[in-house]
Design a binder for this molecule. Structure first.
Ligand code: AMP
Ligand code: MG
Length: 523
């Protein structure tokens, strides 16, 4: 087995909780608690990411070795690992929630790979920590499988994200009341090993600001800058207003890029609490996420959010800015002139608008954005919604249209509602003509336009029902669908005609099925 080079900077440089027991409690004055993973009865490796393993310098057979399988299940530690759970807080659904922390996640350590890149390994579902509150620190197969597959799918879509290395079954049943409605059931337990350069969240800073533990806040900011943003720092740089502003600006820019990508592909995170916002601008904490099918900006996959729709598709850009404001408030404790952080919120808005415009230009296959083009989009979105058109299918079908005489009927196969489509047919026809006329003005080759459009609009996304089918099969002992989905999602922009059925719109049976259109935070 190859030697791994661990460099556990987080535990080495930041203050630790002196208590080592995992009993749930409030932890003050510390960035983390040292906790051991809780052993499980029967670890079984059922999926892994070959790319992520290679990035760590591992081969598939290394991961399949008993030592690694036990490690990925939390039953043993490899030399160099120093497990810990981080302390963080967060705003949940718009309100300050106090201490949250890694309640069911446990970092094993930071590997520096052969290319000098840092990767932290984290087990999700490895048992109780001081941050588990009233829960058990475990995760079930369905949520673990969803996190495993979607992390990798997002990576291959070119969207900043935490990664996933492995998925193991623990052999321990976990009781969950999936919709919090008094129907608890035993489900298979599982653990995902996820990987990222850093798992630090907005909430890691918020907790120390909220508790007025400003020394620790300063230490954590200094640490994060040095470890995770080394390019921003000269050797003698002090933590002053100027540096903090530049850093906040950078976080704002990264967050804007991430959310613009989500909007581009129709990804809905589902729980954009500030504890689920990565300081690196990575998509993190895959819970009740989903993919927009019929285009509805108010759609949310999260049943917990059904009433207010705070985290629905259309709100995501605004919520990210609200979350940045929470981070700004936390950082302001360290500044002489905190008002200047406002500038970072504007940076976010500007960067988001710029990315969204560029991505929309690509999705429409235009050479450049010109005055008046906004009308195309303003007219299109209500039409997509009224005609109940599948977002993913629509954009790919649009790339196929190539003459000024194009017929809107070509889009019908992407609609979920024949009548609604018929009612919009004429308006769609008009839109299509206006659009093609505009595209024609660019005088570009169709092949060039098409490849631009295809690179901006994936053919394959991890549709909710596809993940659910893989979950149902895995629960019955067949893990092949996980691998198949992973394989297809490796090349989401390619045609892959042999897998065309995986690009089909959501089947009728999945319209209102749990796991396909409805998910809860419970996992
Ligand atoms: P999430 O909504 O998944 O981001 O979780 C919010 C908070 O609840 C985090 O602090 C999690 O660690 C914690 N949490 C969620 N599920 C569990 C669980 N099964 N056991 C312990 N803590 C949990
Ligand atoms: Mg979370």
């Amino acid at each position: 087995m190859p030697e791994l080079n661990f460099d556990n900077a987080f535990v080495r440089e930041l203050p630790a909780d002196p208590e080592r027991k995992p009993n749930p409690r409030h932890v003050f004055g510390s960035c983390y608690s040292r906790v051991m993973p809780q052993p499980v009865p029967a670890p079984q490796l059922i999926a892994w990411s070959a790319e992520m393993a290679a990035e760590l310098g591992l081969e598939a057979q290394d991961l399949q070795s008993p030592a690694w399988v036990e490690t990925l299940a939390g039953n043993r530690l490899l030399p160099g690992m120093q497990p810990y759970a981080a302390c963080y807080g967060g705003h949940q659904f718009g309100s300050w929630a106090g201490q949250l922390g890694d309640g069911r996640a446990l970092s094993l350590g930071e590997i520096v790979n052969a290319q000098g890149r840092r990767w932290e390994l984290q087990l999700k579902g490895a048992g109780l920590t001081p941050y588990s509150r009233t829960a058990d620190g475990r995760a079930v197969l369905r949520s673990s499988l969803r996190e495993f597959l979607c992390s990798e799918a997002m990576h291959h879509l070119g969207i900043p994200t935490t990664r996933a290395l492995s998925l193991v079954l623990t052999g321990e049943p976990i009781v969950r009341d999936m919709f919090y409605d008094g129907h608890p059931e035993a489900e298979p337990g599982a653990i995902t090993c996820r990987v990222a350069p850093s798992f630090i969240r907005f909430g890691n800073f918020e907790i120390f600001a909220a508790r007025s533990e400003h020394d620790i806040l300063r230490q954590l900011v200094d640490f994060t800058l040095r470890r995770d943003f080394p390019a921003m720092l000269g050797p003698d740089d002090e933590l002053n207003d100027e540096l903090l502003l530049a850093w906040f600006d950078e976080i704002a820019r990264r967050t804007a890029l991430m959310v613009a990508h989500w909007m581009r592909v129709g990804f809905v995170h589902g729980v954009m609490n500030t504890d689920n916002m990565s300081i690196l601008g990575l998509t993190i904490d895959y819970g009740p996420y989903g993919w927009l099918e019929d285009f509805d900006p108010e759609w949310t996959p999260n049943t917990t959010d059904a009433a207010t729709r705070r985290y629905c598709y259309g709100q995501q850009p605004r919520i990210a800015q609200w979350n940045l404001m929470c981070l700004a408030k936390a950082l302001s404790a360290l500044m002489q002139q905190p008002e200047s952080l406002q500038q970072g919120l504007q940076t976010y808005a500007d960067a988001y608008a710029e990315h969204a415009l560029r991505m929309t230009t690509d999705k429409l296959g235009l050479a450049t954005w010109q005055d008046g083009d906004e009308k195309l989009i303003e007219t299109l979105f209500p039409l997509l919604q009224a005609a109940e058109l599948d977002m993913t299918l629509f954009w790919r079908l649009l790339a196929d249209q190539d003459s000024e005489q194009a017929d809107a009927s070509a889009l019908q196969s992407a609609s979920y509602n024949e009548q609604a489509f018929a009612a919009q047919h004429q308006a769609l026809q008009q839109w299509l003509q206006d659009y093609l006329r505009r595209r024609h003005q660019d005088r570009r080759q169709l092949a060039e336009i098409r490849s631009q459009m295809h690179a901006a609009s994936p053919k394959y996304v991890l549709r909710n029902y596809l993940a659910q089918q893989a979950i149902d099969q895995a629960a019955a002992g067949d893990y092949s669908e996980i691998d198949r989905l992973l394989q297809i999602m490796r090349k989401p922009y390619d045609e892959q005609p042999e897998h065309a059925e995986y690009a089909a719109k959501r089947p009728e049976w999945a319209r209102d099925k749990a796991g396909c259109s409805m998910l809860s935070c419970s996992s």
